[in-house]
Design a protein around this ligand. Sequence first.
Ligand SMILES: CC(C)(COP(=O)(O)OP(=O)(O)OC[C@H]1O[C@@H](n2cnc3c(N)ncnc32)[C@H](O)[C@@H]1OP(=O)(O)O)[C@@H](O)C(=O)NCCC(=O)NCCS
Length: 284
Amino acid sequence: MSHRIGRARWVFDRTSWTPTLEELSLALSSVQKIEKDRIMNYEYFKDAIASLSGRLLMRKFVSDATGLKWDDFLLSREDRFKPFYANDAKIQFNVSHHGNLTVLAGETGGTQIGIDVMEMKYTGGKPLKEFFRLMSRQLTSQEWEAVEYSSLESQKEKTFFRIWALKEAYVKATGVGLNLPFNTVDFRFRSKLDQVGSYVEDTEVYFKGIKQDDWRFQEVLLNENLCVCVAIHCPPDQLNLYPALPFQTVSFQDMIQNCRPIIPADEDGCKRMLDKYQRDKKMN
Ligand SMILES: CC(C)(COP(=O)(O)OP(=O)(O)OC[C@H]1O[C@@H](n2cnc3c(N)ncnc32)[C@H](O)[C@@H]1OP(=O)(O)O)[C@@H](O)C(=O)NCCC(=O)NCCS
């Protein structure tokens, strides 16, 4: 492979793919065994494909960025399970899934990176007020003010989930996962996020009341109700090396184009997964 890529913002929509035994078999044998075993354990096809597509995007990014063949490297997980490429700390990536979508952000300049894709709509069964009451400790008082600013419930939901995506992207960049209480970081908006496809990059983050200048948040709406936030963390004088990049749609065929099996094919396992696909399709 001659042409190496330096950056990526990719989105895969699982509904764009009709699974075939052949493609599924190649994909499942092109991820590490520990990941394949985890993927096979999902009860629902949508969860399995979300995770599988995330693994494929990560491997594609590392292969495209290093020029290494698909089967010439391994990915590891940090203590809190963030996947990473141990052989070159400059190569950083993160994936997120929600609904039908899997997204990846990748960079090769060594910045810490986290990504979250989020539907800006409350879909739980409780009244919104009750949901907010249960979440009260997750946001700071300034963030709740921003949520409550609008009298419209739909707008409150949008603001809440925008903040939530920022927090997830932040914790995912650091890799600390559930270890960091969500209300220790305080997000303050300077711009509305209401134009599909236009990035907002001026949201600020405060930690214990002090503005953090070594973070940048790139927020974009993929559609009216779906936002993605990419968190970039590096010395302030390097932030400009990572300008916002439009998301590029990747098909299943793109993801597996340069795949090479790294574990044996498992025809029975693939058939079981396809059975889940057919069963879940009938249920929906
Ligand atoms: C790890 C965590 C950040 C994942 O967030 P999520 O919104 O549930 O899931 P996403 O789809 O965005 O991301 C999942 C992917 O992130 C990656 N990931 C896993 N652990 C990670 C970590 N500690 N840091 C960064 N990325 C991580 C993985 O690739 C994972 O997919 P995989 O396991 O299938 O490979 C989340 O579990 C967490 O710890 N959140 C902290 C805050 C919190 O309380 N969240 C509640 C959300 S309702």
